[in-house]
Design a binder for this molecule. Structure first.
Ligand code: ADE
Length: 229
């Protein structure tokens, strides 16, 4: 899988992409992630990426030229056809990110993420360049950078071979629309607080039954909407 990110704040991505599982996935060659500074695709000497909105009003709007040029250049270098790439705009107006959407997007070989900014983005980018708009929730952030990182993280862990088997099984529990059961580790007695006896029993059938029942209980209490699905 290949993910290209177009942003005016490339520095924000470095610490996130260079730690933990996302870093290891890149080192192992499971995913190639490249961050592009939008200003490098401007044509004027001031590297201007935004302008005032036609018709007036507050705020600035991201111009179409640099974004179109960035996407075209990325496609050229990746030798990806228009059909093989999916261009995603991070915006609060998009489809809300869910595990199901992440799973669907993770099937694509090449994604180009555009981080929105300012008051907005020239509508022609939406109309003629973007294939899908994604929001990470009903709240407004200062830009699409953090949402792009959230999406990258959710996608990378779904790429085959990135997680160990154990973690992928954990993930399956959410797939089944259940929250996680409670976890415990050593010591068995900590400051007077114990651990459910069943987990120390070594009886794997009972442990499985307990975990499933706890997951159900927790889901009923916290997220009854998941059970309806
Ligand atoms: N840009 C600003 N807020 C956002 C959100 N909630 N999701 C995606 N992109 C955004």
């Amino acid at each position: 899988m290949r993910i290209d990110i177009i942003t005016i704040f490339p520095g924000m991505f470095e610490p996130v992409l260079n730690e933990s599982i996302v870093k290891r996935a890149q080192t192992k060659g499971k995913v190639k992630i490249q961050v592009h500074d939008l200003r490098n695709f401007t044509l004027d000497k001031h590297k201007k990426v935004d302008d005032r909105p036609f018709g007036g009003g507050a705020g600035m709007v991201l111009c179409p030229e640099p974004i179109f040029r960035a996407v075209e250049a990325i496609r050229r270098v990746a030798r990806s056809s228009k059909r093989a790439t999916k261009v995603i705009l991070l915006t609060p107006q998009g489809k809300t990110l869910t595990q199901a959407l992440a799973k669907n997007l993770s099937k694509h070989k090449h994604l180009i993420l555009i981080c929105g900014h300012y008051e907005g983005i020239d509508e022609r980018i939406r109309q003629y360049l973007v294939d899908e708009e994604v929001s990470i929730g009903d709240y407004v952030l200062t830009g699409g950078e953090l949402p792009a990182m959230v999406l990258v993280d959710a996608l990378v862990r779904l790429v085959p071979g990135v997680l160990g088997d154990k973690n992928s099984l954990n993930f399956e529990s959410f797939e089944g629309n259940l929250l996680e059961y409670p976890h415990y580790t050593r010591p068995a007695l900590f400051r007077g607080m114990g651990v459910p006896e069943v987990l120390l029993s070594g009886d794997h059938t009972r442990i499985e039954a307990w975990r499933r029942s706890e997951a159900l209980k927790r889901t009923k209490q916290r997220r009854p909407d998941l059970l309806k699905k």
